[in-house]
Write a protein that binds this ligand. Structure first.
Ligand SMILES: [Zn+2]
Ligand SMILES: [Zn+2]
Length: 164
């Protein structure tokens, strides 16, 4: 799994730089945690919680380590997207971590800490934010580049980046 902007489509890499700068302007320091994933890497993520160990499940307010919950024998899943169905595989998505933010920052909307700001500033750059999804993925941003997922899948080849 890459965490380099060089592995994003060039237009998305430019949007990331703008997103990063807009957050920095309000004192929020971001870092990329994931950019491009190979189909094999997506498969390994998809397997977590399905046929390989995932995070411990936490329903009913109880933390149950993998192997101790009858409902979730492999723990929790981490993605709904099987291989071929994540925009990370088309260099059109990135995940961020928040390295620091101002102590006096007022949380926006219903999210804890600075995620509301990070999400809204990403949207202001033209990105789609995973925080709006039914199963919220706060660190995730994507931009489809004018194609549907079906069109990306049909195109089959992953476009080269400016990194070569
Ligand atoms: Zn469970
Ligand atoms: Zn993501």
């Amino acid at each position: 799994v890459s965490r380099s902007a060089v592995d994003l489509a060039p237009d998305l890499a430019r949007m990331w730089l703008e997103h990063e700068a807009r957050c920095a302007a309000v004192g929020i320091v971001l870092a990329l945690t994931q950019t491009y994933r190979t189909p094999q890497e997506q498969q390994a993520l998809y397997d977590q919680g399905r046929k390989a160990p995932g995070p411990a499940c936490t329903h009913d307010g109880v933390v149950r380590p993998v192997g101790t919950c009858p409902r979730h024998p492999y723990g929790l899943t981490v993605t709904a997207a099987p291989p071929g169905y994540s925009f990370h595989e088309y260099r059109r998505a990135y995940d961020v971590g928040i390295k620091s933010y101002p102590e006096d920052l007022t949380p926006r909307n219903w999210y804890d800490g600075p995620w509301g700001q990070v999400g809204e500033l990403g949207e202001a750059c033209g990105l789609d934010w995973g925080g709006r999804w039914k199963r919220a993925d706060l660190p995730h941003f994507e931009h489809h580049g004018g194609k549907t997922l079906a069109q990306w899948r049909a195109a089959a080849t992953v476009p080269a980046t400016h990194g070569g």
